[in-house]
Design a protein around this ligand. Structure first.
Ligand code: FDA
Length: 315
């Protein structure tokens, strides 16, 4: 593990929780130009324009209305309404089946509220799933920090009783995830497997890059050998190739699993995989609350940080 992982990465992720830095970044036009590499815009119109462009390139999308610090019920309601509005607009695009998805953070829907947080988030997620089902839009629940994992999966199990296509994210770096993959590898389950983007302690997560990669490979095998619909969320050439090899080995048809990548990252590879006949979905975040998302992208890779630093000094 290098200096970036041991010293810089935790510091960058901690900066993601700083309100002072958040306000300062929002005011800097230079920062905003850099942010646009990862976030196509703040408005629904921005994200719909980006969606149509990606669909035109043979890619599918999953749209995330950014926001994760919901502190009162009104905010949770406003986020839910933003999803309803977005889903209505997506329904008018006439896109191919399964090509449109929304991604939700349960914290944005109220999960962390001190009173009835679980109930509020569950009801909001149910309402969004209901609307999405009527408009032919898929729904997947994002993974946040490890402390919310058990409750998130409980909520997902509850909502899936009425909306069995609801998907969720599993983070390979968590020590519990192989068991979760086994549970969610059955018929009808849609699992987005990622490495994990939050700062977690060795008590609950693998923190060494090699150990995370090995865990990802083990989880990948469980999901690809199962009978659900695996969504391989990684830009890592090694994971992408492993998924292809496992799909051949397990005789999966091209429409029984998919690749997923983040907006603005490895765009050439996204198109290459789609042109080769693969199903590829681009995770498309939008909204005014871009700061936490943006900081996690910076913390992922020294090159992302260099790109940011160069833009700040105008080179
Ligand atoms: P990683 O960052 O480990 O890099 C491995 C290799 O991939 C690099 O060495 C390089 O070869 C290649 N690579 C990576 N980035 C590149 C770039 N910018 N340019 C060129 N090559 C690059 N996390 C979370 O905790 N909860 C969640 O809900 C989600 N949701 C989610 C959805 C989707 C669709 C994706 C793709 C990712 C997430 N994540 C996430 C983030 C995820 O956990 C992880 O932090 C990032 O995807 C980075 O891990 P990778 O597997 O992509 O490669």
């Amino acid at each position: 593990m290098g200096f970036f992982d041991t010293a810089l990465r935790p510091g960058i992720l901690a900066a993601g929780r700083s309100d002072r830095l958040k306000v300062a970044s929002s005011r800097t036009s230079m920062t905003r130009n850099v942010v646009e590499r990862f976030v196509p815009g703040e408005t629904e119109a921005d994200v719909l324009a980006a969606t149509e462009k990606l669909l035109g390139q043979g890619l599918m999308v999953s749209i995330d209305h950014l926001g994760e610090d919901t502190t009162d019920e009104r905010q949770a309601t406003a986020t839910t309404e933003a999803y309803h509005h977005l889903i209505g607009a997506l329904g008018t695009l006439g896109a191919a089946p399964n090509s449109l998805e929304v991604s939700l953070k349960l914290s944005a829907l109220g999960q962390a509220l001190p009173r009835h947080g679980t109930k509020i988030a569950t009801e909001n997620a149910m309402a969004i799933c209901d609307d999405a089902q009527r408009h032919g839009v898929l729904v997947t629940v994002d993974a946040e920090d490890h402390a919310s994992t058990a409750e998130r999966l409980d909520i997902v199990r509850t909502v899936r009783t009425d909306f069995p296509t609801l998907g969720t994210v599993l983070q390979a770096y968590l020590r519990r995830t192989e068991d979760d993959c086994t549970e969610f590898s059955g018929p009808g389950s849609r699992i987005r497997l990622c490495k994990g983007a939050y700062a977690e302690s060795p008590a609950v997560a693998f923190t060494d890059r090699a150990a995370v990669d090995e865990a990802y490979q083990r989880c990948l095998r469980i999901l690809m050998c199962g009978s659900g619909y695996p969504m391989i969320a990684s830009h890592d050439p090694v994971m992408i190739e492993s998924a292809r090899v496992l799909a051949t080995e397990t005789r999966r048809l091209p429409d029984s699993w998919e690749h997923q990548m983040l907006y603005g990252i490895r765009t050439d590879e996204q198109r290459r995989l789609a042109e080769a006949g693969g199903a590829v979905r681009v995770y498309l975040p939008f909204g005014a609350e871009w700061y936490g998302y943006f900081v996690r992208r910076l913390a992922e890779r020294p090159a992302n940080l260099t790109f940011f630093a160069r833009a700040l000094v105008g080179r």
